[in-house]
Design a protein around this ligand. Structure first.
Ligand code: IPD
Length: 266
C-alpha cells in the first residue's frame, strides 16, 4: 500500500462528503420521514440516510473501484486495494429529523486498518473539518488546534448516549459523577461533530460508550492531528467499547475518573 496518496484520499473524502451534505440539505428542505428503525424504536433511519450512503458509496467506488466500504446503513463491500472507506451518511440522524442544525457526513479512509484520511461536513453550518495523517487538521482550510485546557474542573466535556434504555441508565449514572467534576457537559447529538469540536477547541474533551467506527473514524484522526490524545479505557485503543478524546492536559484525569466509574459497562 506504499503507493497510496493519503492526501488524495482526503480530497476525495471532502468532495464526496460535501456532495452528500448538499443532498441532505436539499432533502431536508422538502421534509424528512422515518424510513425504518434499527436497534430501538427511536434509533431511526431516514430515506436520506440511505440515499446519501448510496451516493457516497457510488462516488467513492467510481473514483477507486478496488476499495472497500463500511457504511452505517449497510452499503458495505470488501475491497482488494487495502483501502477501506468508513462512512456515516448522516451522523446525528435524530437532529436531522427534527431540523436541528447539528448533523454530519463523515468519511474516513483506512489503509490496512489505520485511518489515514478523513473529512467531516456539517451541511447545516457549511463547515468542513479534515485531516491527513501526519499533516495536521483543518477547518475550512484553516489549521486547527485543540484548546490549551489542563484543568479537569475547567473542562467543557461532550458526551452522548446510546439508544437502548439499559445502556442509557448506566450512562446517566456515570454522567452524574462526571458533571460535578468538570466545567459543564454538552450533548450535541452527533458524535462526529463532538469530536471535531475537540479538534478546534470548542470542547476540551469528549467521551462516549458504544459508538460505531463510522461515528468516530474521521473525527478521531482530525482530533489527534489537532493535538488531542485519544484512547479507550485502561490502555485500550478507541473502539465501540469506549472512546475518549481530550487535550493531553486533561486526558489522564478524565480517563481515571471514567475508569474508576467503570464507564464502559452496560
Ligand atoms: C448517534 C450520534 C449521537 C451519539 C449516538 C450515535 P446516529 O449516531 O452520534 O451523538 O450519542 O451514540 O449513535 O445514530 O445519529 O448516526
Amino acid at each position: 500500500m506504499a503507493d497510496v496518496d493519503a492526501g488524495k484520499l482526503t480530497e476525495l473524502a471532502i468532495e464526496v462528503a460535501r456532495e452528500a451534505g448538499s443532498l441532505a440539505v436539499r432533502r431536508r428542505a422538502v421534509g424528512v420521514d422515518v424510513a425504518a428503525t434499527k436497534s430501538t424504536p427511536t434509533d431511526v433511519v431516514t430515506a436520506v440516510d440511505r440515499e446519501a450512503e448510496e451516493l457516497i458509496h457510488g462516488r467513492l467506488l467510481a473514483a477507486r473501484p478496488d476499495d472497500g466500504v463500511l457504511g452505517e446503513e449497510g452499503a458495505s463491500v470488501a475491497g482488494t486495494s487495502g483501502v477501506t472507506w468508513v462512512i456515516d451518511p448522516i451522523d446525528g440522524t435524530v437532529n436531522y429529523l427534527y431540523g436541528l442544525p447539528t448533523y454530519a457526513v463523515s468519511i474516513a479512509a483506512e489503509v490496512n486498518g489505520e485511518v489515514v484520511a478523513g473529512a467531516v461536513v456539517n451541511p447545516a453550518s457549511g463547515e468542513t473539518w479534515w485531516a491527513t495523517r501526519g499533516e495536521g487538521a483543518f477547518l475550512d482550510g484553516v489549521r486547527i488546534r485543540i484548546s490549551g485546557e489542563t484543568r479537569l474542573d475547567h473542562a467543557l466535556v461532550g458526551t452522548g448516549f446510546g439508544y437502548a434504555a439499559e445502556r442509557r441508565a448506566v450512562q446517566a449514572q456515570v454522567l452524574t459523577e462526571v458533571i460535578v467534576k468538570v466545567r459543564d457537559i454538552r450533548r450535541a447529538g452527533a458524535a462526529a461533530i463532538d469530536i471535531c469540536n475537540v479538534a478546534c477547541g470548542r470542547l476540551d474533551a469528549v467521551y462516549e460508550r458504544g459508538l460505531n467506527p463510522w461515528d468516530y473514524a474521521a473525527g478521531l484522526l482530525i482530533a489527534t492531528e489537532a493535538g488531542a490524545r485519544a484512547g479507550g479505557l485502561d490502555g485500550a485503543a478507541p473502539s465501540p467499547e469506549f472512546v475518549l478524546a481530550a487535550t493531553p492536559g486533561i486526558f489522564d484525569g478524565l480517563h481515571d475518573l471514567l475508569s474508576g466509574l467503570d464507564a464502559a459497562r452496560g
